[in-house]
Design a protein around this ligand. Structure first.
Ligand code: DX5
Ligand code: ZN
Length: 220
């Protein structure tokens, strides 16, 4: 089992002192910055948009992992590249022409990801899997940080990992929602290779240490 990629979700950061939290992530063992973009339509919440991403990019010394929870993402793909996205992930449920959207993300020079809501089967990705850099499995219903982890996620990851072994062995399998010390190791054993965590990191007493614990799956 390899060490997971760790992607702290800025949704749970302190926006009054965002620079400090960005600096903490820069100095930590985290690999990416996870940015959640919500439009109030695909999900029942609105987060933040381009100006914030642009500011994060100026300070961030690690790739930006941008998770779009928006309808019709095609309208904004070039703009997400301009503000600094490295990985751009769209929702399966929000894309009528997913193949075209994925090609568009790659043509704009970004790594392409697809995210699945808890009710969406990984089988639906069979024909697009070879095209993808990343699949983001939602382990809560998207829209809010701090929700309870859905245990069915393990089975989905195992199934996806088996599919990827055949058609895309380099696929990154990322999990997002309710990730903490109680499930991180089991998720990686199931086949997850990247972990997003918001509340678990930013509500902990020592966020940098918590990132290190996640990276090493060390929860003594
Ligand atoms: C939820 C977002 C997550 C969220 C995770 O819709 O996609 O990235 O910030 O937060 P936690 O880790 O607190 O569940
Ligand atoms: Zn997310």
């Amino acid at each position: 089992m390899q060490q997971p990629i760790i992607s702290p979700s800025l949704l749970s950061a302190n926006f009054n002192a965002l620079g400090q939290d960005i600096e903490m992530i820069n100095q930590s063992q985290a690999d990416w910055f996870h940015l959640d973009i919500m439009d109030g339509s695909f999900v029942p919440n609105i987060s933040f948009g381009f100006p914030i991403i642009e500011h994060v990019k100026k300070m961030a010394q690690k790739p930006l992992d941008v998770h779009l929870m928006i309808v019709d993402p095609d309208r904004y793909i070039a703009e997400f590249k301009r503000v600094g996205a490295d990985y751009l992930t769209v929702h399966y449920e929000a894309c009528t022409h997913l193949h075209r959207t994925i090609q568009n993300i790659k043509a704009n020079g970004m790594k392409a990801g697809v995210s699945l809501n808890p009710h969406t089967s990984v089988s639906l990705l069979e024909d697009i899997l070879p095209e993808l850099d990343l699949v983001l499995i939602m382990s809560v219903n998207p829209g809010f940080g701090g929700q309870k982890f859905i245990a069915q996620t393990y089975r989905k990851i195992e199934k996806l990992a088996a599919m990827a072994q055949k058609s895309n062995p380099n696929l990154i399998i990322e999990v997002d929602g309710g990730v903490d010390s109680s499930n991180a190791e089991a998720l990686c054993k199931s086949g997850a290779t990247a972990l997003v965590a918001g509340n678990f990191i930013f509500k902990s007493a020592q966020p940098k240490q918590t990132i290190s614990d996640l990276k090493h799956l060390n929860f003594k």
